[in-house]
Design a protein around this ligand. Structure first.
Ligand code: FAQ
Length: 342
C-alpha cells in the first residue's frame, strides 16, 4: 500500500548514552529539541513532517486526522443513496460532484496522516474493525430528498465552521489540506441551501419535507461539534499545541448564530423551543443537548452505525480488484522504465 516513506526520528527513545559525557550531550540535545518545538508552537510556525515532535503531539494528530478522514469517506454513504433518486439531471450531476469531493477530502487527509508515519492501510483496518471513530452525524438515515438539502446546508455548514480554524492548525500538512477542503465545503453548503430554498419556495408538501428534514438533522448537527468543553478530554492540550484553535462549545455557538438567520430566510422553524436571542451575550441561547444520544451514537448504537460500517467494508472489498490492477500497472511501468534505462 502507498506510503510517503518518511523516516521518522524515534527520538523519544534515544540510545542509552555510553558515558556521563555522552549522557550530558544527549540531555542538552533533547532540551534544545524540546525548546525548538515549543518555540515553533509559541511563534505560530508550522511543524513539518521532518521536524522533531513529541510522541503525544504526533498521536493526537493521527487520532484527529484519521477520524476526520474516515468521516469524509463514511460521509459519502448517506448521500450516495440518493444519486439514483435525484429529481433532475442537474441535481444529480451536482450531487455526484459533491460526493466525489468528499472522497477526495478523505484522500488528502489520509495522505496528511501518512506523513506522521501511519499508513492508509492501517487506518482503514482500524475503521473497518470498528476501532476508529468517524463523525456521529453519518449514523443518521437520509430519508427524503430534502435530507440532501439539510446535509449540505447544515452538515457541511457545521464542517466548515469547524474546519476553517483548522487551516491554521500547527501541523503543516493538515493545515494545507484544510485550505482546499474548506473551499470545496463552501460549494457543498451552498448547494444544500439551494435545495432547501427550492423546497421552501415550492408546494406545501415540499415545504413540509424541508421542515421535516430540519427537524431530524438539527440536533445531531449541533452535537457534531463534540462534547461540551467541560467534558472534552482533548481540547485543552490540542488548543495548547495549536491543533484546535476554537473550543467545541464556541464553534457550536458560532454555528448556531450563523444558521438561525438562514433558517428564518427559508421560513423554516428550528426545532428548539428554548432558542432565543440573548441581547446581553450577543448570542443565541439554545436548549439542552441530549448527550446520552450523542454518546450512544459515538459508541456504536446510533440508527445506522452497523449499516454504515457494513456498507464501507463491502465497498472496500468490492474495490479490491481496482487496487490490485493499479499495483500491477505500477509494477509494469516500473519494469518498463528499468528496461529502458538498462
Ligand atoms: N463524532 O475531547 P474531544 C464532514 C469523540 S467532516 C464522533 O472533544 P477532540 C464533511 C472524540 O474523537 C466531519 N466522535 O475530542 C462532510 C474523542 O474520542 P477519542 C468530521 C466524536 O478530538 C460533510 C471524544 O469524543 N470533522 O462533516 C465526535 O478534541 C458532508 C472526546 O471528544 C472532523 O473530524 C463526533 N461528532 O474534538 C463529509 C473535524 N465529537 O478520539 C460528507 C476534525 C467528539 O478520544 C458529507 N476533528 N468525538 O476516542 C475535530 O475537530 C475534533 O476531532 C472534534 C472532537 C471537534 C470532532
Amino acid at each position: 500500500m502507498y506510503t510517503q516513506a518518511i523516516d521518522l526520528p524515534d527520538n523519544d527513545r534515544p540510545d542509552e548514552p555510553k558515558s556521563l559525557e555522552a549522557a550530558k550531550t544527549a540531555a542538552a540535545a533533547n532540551a534544545a529539541r524540546d525548546r525548538a518545538f515549543e518555540a515553533a508552537i509559541a511563534n505560530d510556525r508550522k511543524i513539518e513532517p521532518q521536524d522533531w515532535m513529541p510522541e503525544a503531539y504526533r498521536r493526537t494528530l493521527v487520532r484527529q486526522i484519521s477520524q476526520h478522514a474516515h468521516s469524509e469517506v463514511v460521509g459519502m454513504l448517506p448521500e450516495g443513496n440518493w444519486v439514483t433518486r435525484a429529481p433532475s439531471l442537474k441535481r444529480k450531476a451536482i450531487l455526484l460532484a459533491k460526493i466525489q469531493d468528499e472522497g477526495g477530502h478523505g484522500l488528502y487527509l489520509y495522505s496528511a496522516a501518512e506523513t506522521l508515519g501511519t499508513s492508509r492501510a492501517q487506518m482503514l483496518d482500524a475503521l473497518h474493525s470498528g476501532k476508529a471513530k468517524y463523525s456521529s452525524i453519518f449514523n443518521y438515515p437520509a430519508l427524503t430528498w430534502a435530507d440532501m438539502g439539510a446535509i449540505g446546508w447544515l452538515v457541511d455548514g457545521a464542517a466548515i465552521m469547524n474546519q476553517v480554524p483548522l487551516c491554521r492548525c500547527s501541523y503543516g500538512p493538515y493545515a494545507r489540506a484544510m485550505i482546499r477542503i474548506c473551499k470545496e465545503e463552501s460549494f457543498h453548503q451552498r448547494q444544500g441551501y439551494d435545495i432547501m430554498l427550492s423546497l421552501a419556495r415550492g408546494t406545501q408538501a415540499q415545504k413540509a419535507m424541508a421542515q421535516d428534514a430540519l427537524n431530524r438533522w438539527w440536533w445531531p448537527v449541533v452535537m457534531m461539534f463534540g462534547p461540551s468543553d467541560k467534558d472534552s478530554v482533548h481540547s485543552g492540550q490540542s488548543m495548547a499545541w495549536g491543533i484546535k484553535r476554537i473550543t467545541n462549545d464556541d464553534l457550536r455557538q458560532k454555528f448556531i448564530d450563523a444558521t438561525i438567520p438562514q433558517a428564518e430566510l427559508l421560513g423554516l422553524t428550528v426545532p428548539d423551543p428554548d432558542l432565543k436571542w440573548n441581547e446581553e451575550r450577543g448570542h443565541y441561547d439554545h436548549g439542552e443537548i441530549d448527550w446520552s444520544e450523542f454518546w450512544a451514537v459515538v459508541n456504536g448504537d446510533g440508527p445506522c452505525n452497523r449499516e454504515r460500517l457494513k456498507a464501507r467494508v463491502a465497498a472496500h472489498e468490492n474495490g479490491g480488484w481496482v487496487r490490485e490492477a493499479a499495483l500491477a500497472h505500477a509494477r509494469k511501468q516500473a519494469e518498463r522504465a528499468q528496461r529502458a534505462a538498462a
